[in-house]
Ligand binder design. Structure first.
Ligand SMILES: Cc1ncc(C[n+]2csc(CCOP(=O)(O)OP(=O)(O)O)c2C)c(N)n1
Ligand SMILES: [Mg+2]
Length: 596
């Protein structure tokens, strides 16, 4: 932005250019920092660079020249991409990666993503350089640019503080490796989440006297994970399930861990439990399981005598839905107290902070050892009822998807059903379809753990970048995201497709374009059903102008694009997009579903 000032350089002791060339480069703070990242097993650094990162950039070149290991640097033109790539990567691997952003401005751009990561319980190590604190060349890395004076806010951590588990300003590179280990252990400990570290430019540029052989290994300094519970509490749940007539289970983010999906299925089949995946941010149960009871808790609450809340933030909306007074509730959660929610209130009879997979396996073992003929007969009856209900549900969904809609106003359900038929079980579908989420959830049949990701936070604009992170972590599967037109705008799409192209990470984007923000219109109508907005038919929610060719944003960066208007073209268009995808190009399908 501004030319470096020569005044700052001249304030330092002078050295001739030939001296500089011949002197061996001392290990800078940045070198210790990069070693620390490698210690952690961090594979990727999703980065948006600035003047704060000069020593890191310089050390990376030295490391490459020396053949030393480094994390893979993925340059992201917008921080939204960087932070949500880390989210996508963590969603399918559980492993937090590095996100490197530029001072306060980069942190501010990454803040919304930090919110989404926190709500999804996904780890990430967010790092920002800090503007230099020395003004006159007193130390290497001192201010040499106009922007260094304007990028030093009083409290940079406040930009992400509500969304991180831990924050730290690295005071000296002497402790870089230890601080990094601590950051990593905190983010990976239960409940996982993002952490934030700031790196002053002088600290990265200094040549500290670091004690030799510093090593903070994962075995002795690593994360703390939750496990199961004492048998007495597991037995309380087991005994209730054995005696139950109508047991239910509601989950939302248990599917972060594949083990939990297996444990839910096992317990549900063992006891004949109806399972609802409410607002899922990860697939909690196969959509083809007989125990899967859809996405709406209101459908299973009536008549339930035993209820399990399992890894869930909001099991229903109390304004509209109430559980039966007589239901006995147990809550098993990696985070049952919801300390990050100022207000939260769902009454339960038994609460435990524990690893869901382990507790449910404990309960299954106890149910097996304590079960009796009466229980087995009840389960058999319930499983027959569940089979019938699942068949009826499948039939209703097929009917709902049958009508394709009209030219320029295609049915979202029809399009999603066609997409479902074209995908493989291992492919990963990311939902950001807002008011068309029911079509995505119901019609795109997912069965495998980690084959579905949904938004856990409230920040739109995540799905394209999460798809990139998924593709990076799982190169052999397709990463598909379905999103609204508003979400597409918020997702910094030019940066998404630029990154996809540069790093060979093809993704498939399906936009459900209804001309704007249906969710905003509906929100107004819920509060003011017969108000002035309704009379005027103006909700400040229409975005469409004369030309709206979202697919061309992808084309600008080498993606294959199609505008889909015609019912007869639904299947062929999806096939063409998948062919492009499978050949290594991203594909963008702009589906016109009619104006909201
Ligand atoms: C970053 C961000 N900005 C604004 C919002 C507010 N918001 C919630 S839903 C919505 C509309 C999204 O539009 P679209 O993706 O087209 O979905 P539709 O409502 O039409 O189904 C908006 C703007 C948000 N959730 N996140
Ligand atoms: Mg829309």
């Amino acid at each position: 932005m501004n030319a470096p000032s020569s005044a700052a350089a001249s304030a330092r002791p002078s050295a001739s250019p030939s001296d500089l060339r011949s002197a061996p480069a001392p290990a800078t703070g940045a070198a210790h920092f990069l070693e620390g990242l490698t210690d952690l097993g961090i594979r990727c650094l999703f980065a948006n660079m600035g003047t704060d990162h000069v020593s890191l950039i310089e050390e990376m070149a030295r490391f490459r020249a020396a053949g030393r290991p480094l994390p893979e640097v993925v340059l992201c033109p917008h921080e939204n991409v960087a932070v949500h790539m880390a989210a996508g990567y963590a969603a399918v691997t559980g492993e937090g990666q590095g996100v490197l952003v530029h001072v306060d401005s980069g942190t501010a751009n990454a803040s919304m993503g930090a919110h989404n990561l926190q709500r999804a319980r996904l780890p990430a190590l967010l790092m920002a350089g800090k503007a230099p604190y020395t003004l006159r060349g007193e130390l290497p890395g001192s201010r040499d640019n106009y922007v260094h004076f304007i990028q030093d806010p009083f409290d940079i951590g406040s930009l992400v503080r509500p969304y991180v588990k831990w924050e730290y300003n690295l005071p000296t590179a002497v402790v870089a490796r230890e601080a990094l280990r601590r950051a990593h252990s905190v983010m990976q400990s239960d409940p996982p989440g993002p952490v934030y570290m700031t790196l002053p430019r002088e600290v990265l540029a200094e040549s500290p006297a670091v004690p030799p052989n510093q090593h903070f290994d994962a075995v002795r300094f690593g994360p703390a994970r939750l496990g199961g519970v004492d048998d007495a509490r597991a037995a309380l749940i087991a005994d209730r399930l054995i005696a139950a007539e109508h047991p239910i289970l509601i989950t939302s983010y248990a599917g972060r861990r594949a083990e939990a999906v297996v444990a839910i299925e096992e317990l549900a089949r063992l006891c004949g439990i109806r399972v609802v995946d409410y607002m899922p941010s990860a697939l909690g149960i196969s959509r083809q399981s007989p125990c899967f009871a859809g996405f709406d808790p209101a459908a299973v609450l009536p008549g339930a005598d035993v209820g399990l809340l399992v890894d869930i933030d909001v099991p229903w909306l109390p304004r509209f839905v109430q559980p039966e007074a007589g239901t006995w509730w147990a809550h098993v959660d990696v985070d049952p107290m919801k300390q990050d929610f100022p207000m939260w209130g769902f009454a339960t009879d038994l609460r435990m902070q524990a690893d869901v997979a382990t507790v449910l396996r404990q309960v299954s073992a106890l149910v097996r050892s304590r079960s009796n003929d009466g229980f087995r007969a009840r389960v058999e009856r319930r499983m027959r009822e569940l089979d019938t209900a699942a068949a009826a549900r499948a039939e209703a969904l097929t009917r709902a998807a049958a009508k394709p809609g009209e030219t320029g106003a295609l049915s979202a359900a029809h399009v999603c059903a066609a997409l479902s038929r074209a995908l493989a079980p291992v492919d990963v579908v990311i939902n950001e379809a807002v008011r068309n989420s029911p079509a995505v959830l119901n019609q795109i049949i997912r069965t495998e753990p980690h084959s579905f990701i949904g938004g856990a936070g409230g920040g739109l604009g995540y799905s394209g970048s999460m798809a990139l992170g998924v593709k990076l972590a799982r190169p052999h599967v397709r990463a598909v995201h379905v999103l609204g037109d508003g979400a597409f705008h918020l997702g910094t799409p030019s940066s998404v497709y630029a990154t996809a192209q540069r790093y060979g990470l093809p993704i498939f984007t399906v936009i459900l374009d209804n001309g704007g923000w249906q969710a905003v219109k509906e929100a107004v109508l819920r509060v003011y059903p017969d108000g002035a907005s309704s009379a005027e038919n103006e909700y400040h929610a229409r975005l469409q102008g004369a030309t709206r060719r979202f697919e061309k944003v992808g084309e600008a960066f080498g993606a294959y694009g199609e505008l889909l208007m015609e019912p007869a073209e639904v299947e062929p268009a999806i096939a063409r997009c998948l062919a492009a995808l499978d050949s290594g190009r991203s594909a963008v399908l702009n589906v016109q579903i009619g104006l909201q």
